[in-house]
Each structure stands twice: as C-alpha cells, then as structure tokens.
Design a protein around this ligand. Structure first.
Ligand code: PGA
Length: 260
C-alpha cells in the first residue's frame, strides 16, 4: 500500500485527481468506481476543472458507484444518485448510459445486486475504484464485521454511520437504516484502489486501516490485501499513523526510484 500524506484537503484532492488522470491517459475508456460523501468532493471539483479547462475527456468512461441508501428515490437530495449528478456527472461528458449506480428503490434487491455484479464483469471490471472511509473504518457501506469476500448486497448501517450521516438530514430519524453496497470482495477485484481521507475524525480509522490487523471489524484494512492500493490523507487524518516518517521518505524518494 502506498500512503501519501498531503498538507491539506486541497492538496489531497489534487493529488488524487492526478491518479485519475493517469488512469484515463493510459486507458481513455477506463471503468471508474465512484464514491460519495464529503471527502471526494474536492477530487470531483478538480476533475470537473480539468475537464472544463484542460479538456480531460470522459466520453468513453464507464462508472460504477459503490452504494446507495435504500428507500431514497433518485431525486431525493440525500440520495447518492442526486449527489453524483449534482457534483460530478452533470459537469462532465460521461454518456448517461455508461453511468451505473445501485438502485435504492428496486422491488427485488437480490436480483438487482446480482445484476450489478454481472454488469461490472461485462464492462471488463473496474480499473480504478475511488474510496472514502467511515469513522468506523468502513469502505462503501461495508460496516464492521462485513465479510472481506462480500459482494454487492444489502447492509444495515451502524449506529456510528447513522450518527455521522445525520448531519446531512433534517432529523437523525430520517437517515436510512439500510443501504445497497458493493462488497469488500467486489472492491478488492478492482485493478487499482484509491482511498482519500481528511480530518481528525478519520485519524483512528486510517491508522487501523493502514497499520492495524486485517480484520472485518475495520473493512478498510482489506486494502492491505490489494496489490495496487493508494491511500491519500491530509495532515490531520495522518495524525495517528506511527510510520508516518517512512511514508514521507518513500514519497520523497519516489521520483528517483528504479522504474520497472
Ligand atoms: P465522508 O464519508 O467522506 O462524508 O466522511 C466517508 C464514508 O463514510 O465513506
């Protein structure tokens, strides 16, 4: 796992956007795995800027979102369909039929989950999966004790996640209790993983994910099993990492490292 520590949120977002750019330069028809939440907003803003000012092209890109709340229609302001449209899709040129987001309103969840997995495979698998991390260490909505080989399915949110996400809703009671989410196994199948985290509230989760044991109690720790995972954090999110100096040393020495 590569750990990149940046001084602030803006630098974290720009560095993450450069990784997306590298993937698109190498493969203009890449399949991108998208994440929602407040953390990737800066990354999406930077990609939108690159699209508008530097002609970064998404016309051949396909996307798969990680998750969606159960019960929220696509036009609900807190749905992830709405989030993605407002913050990213309506500003770039991804063909609408190339955009895939789990349904929070299907009448048959098991069939939908199976179809979602098949659709990812049909598109050749995910080239780069963008991830945030919950304060409880989750990736997507894979809450503590989610199987590390899980696939797309329904999950019940943890109390901590419901509390964390209550800030986006009028009342805590309005936060959906269930979500449809890619599994940890689905995420690990992506060719490349990119996790972003910012702020003190993520410091514990990041330390556990990067330096703790691989455990279903912190599903982000499954990144340790992946051969191409990058974690980009700001100063505060890095504050509980014990090997911080080493990560900074590796990053500083990277330009001179032998190329394979
Ligand atoms: P956040 O959510 O970016 O809004 O903190 C992250 C997550 O729960 O995955």
């Amino acid at each position: 796992m590569e750990v990149i520590i940046q001084r602030d949120y803006e630098q974290m977002s720009k560095t993450a956007a450069q990784i997306v750019v590298e993937v698109l330069n190498a493969k203009p028809n890449a399949v991108l795995g998208m994440a929602t939440g407040s953390t990737p907003l800066g990354l999406y803003q930077e990609l939108v800027r690159l699209h508008k000012e530097e002609q970064l092209d998404f016309s051949r890109v396909t996307t798969f979102n990680l998750d969606e709340y159960v019960g929220l229609p696509v036009n609900h302001p807190q749905s992830y369909h709405y989030f993605m449209r407002e913050h990213f899709f309506k500003h770039v040129n991804i063909p609408p039929h190339n955009i895939n987001i789990p349904s929070g309103t299907t009448s048959n969840y098991p069939a939908f989950c199976e179809w979602y997995e098949e659709r990812i495979a049909e598109c050749g698998g995910i080239d780069l999966q963008i991830l945030g991390i919950g304060s409880d260490g989750h990736i997507a909505f894979n809450e503590p004790t989610s199987s590390l080989s899980s696939r797309t399915r329904l999950k019940t949110l943890s109390e901590q996640t419901i509390n964390d996400n209550a800030r986006f809703f009028d009342r805590k009671e309005d936060v959906p209790i269930y979500a449809i989410t890619m599994g940890v196994g689905t995420i690990l199948d992506a060719r490349q993983l990119l996790l972003v985290a910012s702020g003190k509230a993520k410091a514990w989760a990041i330390a556990q994910a990067v330096e703790g044991p691989v455990t279903s109690v912190v599903t982000a720790s499954a990144l340790q099993l992946h051969r191409d995972a990058t974690v980009i954090v700001d100063d505060e999110a890095a504050s509980e990492l014990t090997m911080r100096d080493y990560y900074e040393f590796i990053y500083a020495k990277k330009p001179a490292a032998p190329k394979f």
